[in-house]
Design a protein around this ligand. Structure first.
Ligand code: ZN
Length: 487
């Protein structure tokens, strides 16, 4: 507009009207921008990915360029202490609740609840019974209660109605659905129109856990499996880039546990020590949970406690405090913990695996991988250690929702984030208020300056071109003068 004025492409009167209208146009545009930038649907985005059984050191075993790309442009935590017992269901629920298993209630993949008189197994439809899950509130429920939206691709528990809610978008668990299809669904959910787009997504993939069990983690064949997982991660990254989500979505790639090598030479057969008639076998190796028949607890304990140096037998009340694995009715009265690399069976006729997890969570072999990148995270930052329960308050912080009571601490992990807060609690009203007046004041100041300059310029040119002040009023009325002004 100013260039139009200076070129003389429009009359001064028209241009002055246009200048007066400028602040109104600016006000409208910036108000729209203010609402768009700070509305409910513009909360930060977060995608949490779990590759089941991806041990922390797999990324350095074979080339994993995609994991390293995330590390180079984000953060890595070298050692993550997960929760006891280091099994799939307890740890996946801890990741999204920040609670130890004894508190969130999913204490194992196989459980018995004496109060409900019900059994739970990840192999049966019992997983769909809400009551197993409702001692805790998973993050996808919390964010929905806070006005956000969530999407879940087969994360354990995410297809269960918990506290009356499913994720806004989710897939029913089906192991035959490919990784690529799961990713495509999540991309759709994140890319939906803003009122429908998810803010928090969870993605689960069964490997390399399955291969780790079958092959054993030390098998050279695992190299191919690990490289394949890195390719899947690359697929996810590319799809996020194609959908123009990569720079906006905070991406956390982790796992539930590691894996350790077993051996058929390291089998403990319980039948050698105690009769099956004395107990019900509830959970399997490496932390075997036994429910003694009535009045048989002490007898079983005495028969097992000192008979094999490769296992530790606990009465429930004697489980070491640091395991946080005692205060729940679903934890059985007797636990038998195998030492690393050992398998406990009733006898050798049962199925045997070459790799397993579930052992002491202080063992380095049980630790999962952890890398993350995105607008909330620092770049090229290496952290030595964290606890997996600390992830929940970190995710709540990134998503700008208040965390529920949990066993983690944001203080332990906030160094993973930019020192300056990159997000703030959504408070649309005050922000719209602030953004409404700034452009008005700015625009009017601008107009005042332009008008001031205009008056000064007109005066100068006019004075220069008039021969003397006494002729000024007459000459000003001549059309020639307006053309000569070149305004
Ligand atoms: Zn697992």
């Amino acid at each position: 507009m100013l260039s139009c004025l200076l070129r003389g492409g429009c009359s001064p009167r028209l241009c002055l009207w246009a200048l007066l209208l400028l602040p109104l146009v600016s006000l409208h545009t910036l108000n729209q921008h203010g609402r768009r930038s700070h509305g409910v649907n513009e909360r930060p985005k977060l995608l949490l990915v779990s590759f089941d059984g991806f041990r922390w050191d797999y990324i350095n075993r074979v080339p994993t360029p995609n994991f390293h790309n995330i590390m180079d442009n984000g953060v890595i935590v070298e050692h993550v202490e997960n929760v006891y017992i280091t099994k799939t269901y307890p740890n996946h629920y801890s990741l999204v609740t920040g609670l130890y298993a004894e508190t969130h209630g999913i204490v194992a993949n196989e459980m018995y609840d004496p109060v409900l008189n019900r059994s739970f197994s990840m192999e049966t439809d019992s997983v769909y019974e809400s009551r197993w899950w409702e001692a805790a509130v998973p993050l996808w429920v919390s964010i929905q209660k806070a006005g956000g939206r969530s999407g879940a691709a087969m994360w354990p528990g995410s297809d269960v109605k918990i506290h009356g809610m499913f994720p806004n978008k989710y897939l029913l668990y089906n192991a035959s659905v490919s990784f690529e299809t799961r990713v495509e669904r999540l991309i759709e959910w994140f890319s939906a129109p803003k009122e429908a787009a998810v803010d928090f997504g969870v993605l689960y993939w069964e490997e390399p856990d399955e291969s780790g069990h079958n092959l054993g983690p030390e098998s050279p064949l695992m190299d191919v499996v690990i490289a394949g997982i890195d390719e899947k991660l690359g697929f996810l990254m590319n799809e996020l880039k194609k959908a123009r989500l990569y720079e906006n979505v905070n991406l956390i790639v982790t796992s539930d546990h590691g894996m350790t090598q077993l051996s058929s030479d390291k089998i403990i057969e319980l039948d050698e020590y105690v009769s099956r008639d004395l107990y019900t076998w509830v959970d399997k190796s490496p932390v075997v949970a036994l429910l003694p028949k009535e009045g048989k607890l002490d007898e079983i304990y005495q028969k097992l406690v000192d008979v094999n140096p490769n296992m530790v037998v606990y009465k429930k009340e004697d489980v070491p405090e640091h395991f946080h694995y005692q205060h729940n009715v679903r934890i059985m009265p007797i636990l038998i913990a195998a030492k690393e690399g050992w398998t406990i069976m009733q006898n050798r006729t049962g199925p045997f695996m070459l790799g397993n997890h579930g052992f002491d969570n202080n063992l380095i072999s049980m630790q999962p991988v952890f890398v993350a990148r995105g607008p909330a995270f620092r770049k090229h930052y290496i952290k030595t250690s964290m606890r997996s329960v600390d992830l929940y308050p970190l995710m709540c912080h990134i998503l700008s929702i208040p965390p529920l009571p949990n066993n983690g601490s944001l203080l332990n992990v906030q160094d993973l984030l930019y020192p300056e807060p990159t997000v703030s609690t959504p408070s649309p009203a005050p922000r719209v208020y602030v953004y409404s007046y700034a452009p008005v004041v700015g625009s009017f100041l601008g107009v005042a300056m332009v008008l001031g300059f205009l008056c000064f310029y007109i005066r100068q040119v006019t004075v220069k071109q008039l021969p003397s002040l006494k002729h000024r009023s007459r000459e000003m009325s001549q059309p020639l003068l307006q053309e000569d002004l070149h305004l």
